[in-house]
Write a protein that binds this ligand. Structure first.
Ligand code: ATP
Length: 248
């Protein structure tokens, strides 16, 4: 990664339903070219942080009540999610969210709706997605609802790629997947980062795998960042080992 900062989250508070304070002053930054992990247990606030960035809180009756979020130095508050996509930031939601009745290929093509660079460019990117995800190429004509959990996760990432993102906010890609598939998906994330230069903010409960692939990590507990540092340092930190890596 470089020294250039893409995303800067500064001391944000998020409240749901006007009363439930879920983020209590979260700050983090995502450098260009990096894989940044957002770690923590169930309910720590990882998904909320991603949704605050991508402007997906409104539909959940959530609101950023304090702090700032900037992408490339410009505030994102008040934008629509699709405005963010046009600026290069897209979220891959937890739980895959493919359109079950569409084929894999149709799902991928829905990801290109914000683009204005023509069908030839879109077709070229579709082939690129298939090169990264050979399983999706094999299943291109299958209805997404009939593909495996791993294939649907790949489809969700592939669809995000079809918007030509600079930064992907990836929520819990390992959820519900067998260890071997988790490795496969993280391997592809690493390739996309290294070869395509896509930057990632990755929310994960699976600290072990996330810290092997990420460059930097933030640990959230009850809506606060309790620790952050280079992934290699976090992996060796005694508290992280005891509480998050399941060994002491
Ligand atoms: P998970 O891995 O379960 O998604 P997380 O770290 O992503 O955990 P969040 O989903 O951000 O955590 O949830 C943080 C807290 O906010 C939890 O206590 C959760 O119950 C609460 N919460 C999430 N969404 C809402 C909502 N729409 N309304 C009220 N409270 C919510």
């Amino acid at each position: 990664s470089t020294n250039e900062t893409l995303l800067e989250v500064n001391n944000i508070e998020v409240i749901y339903n006007h009363v439930i304070l879920v983020l209590k002053g979260v700050s983090l930054s995502v450098p260009k070219g990096g894989i940044t992990a957002l770690l923590g247990g169930n309910g720590a606030g990882k998904t909320t942080t991603l949704k605050a960035i991508s402007q997906l809180l409104h539909s959940e009756r959530g609101e950023v009540t304090k702090g700032t979020i900037a992408y490339r130095g410009q505030s994102v508050s008040g934008l629509n999610p699709s405005d963010l996509v046009k600026r290069g930031v897209i979220q891959v939601m937890e739980g895959r969210h493919c359109f079950e009745h569409l084929t894999i290929e149709e799902n991928l093509l829905t990801g290109s709706y914000t683009r204005t660079d023509g069908s030839a460019a879109v077709a070229a990117d579709l082939e690129k997605v298939y090169a990264y995800f050979p399983r999706l190429a094999e299943r291109r004509k299958s209805q997404a609802g009939y593909t495996s959990g791993g294939e649907q996760q790949m489809c969700a990432i592939g669809r995000a790629l079809m918007s030509r993102p600079e930064t992907i906010l990836l929520d819990e890609p390992s959820m519900g997947l067998a260890p071997q598939l988790v490795e496969e998906i993280f391997g592809i994330v690493k390739d996309l980062n290294e070869k395509e230069g896509v930057s990632f903010l990755l929310a994960e409960q699976n600290t072990n795998v996330a810290l092997r692939f990420a460059h930097y990590g933030y640990i959230l507990e009850s809506g606060r960042v309790v620790m952050d540092g280079p992934a290699a340092e976090l992996r060796e930190n005694p508290d992280v080992k005891e509480f998050y890596l399941g060994m002491s």
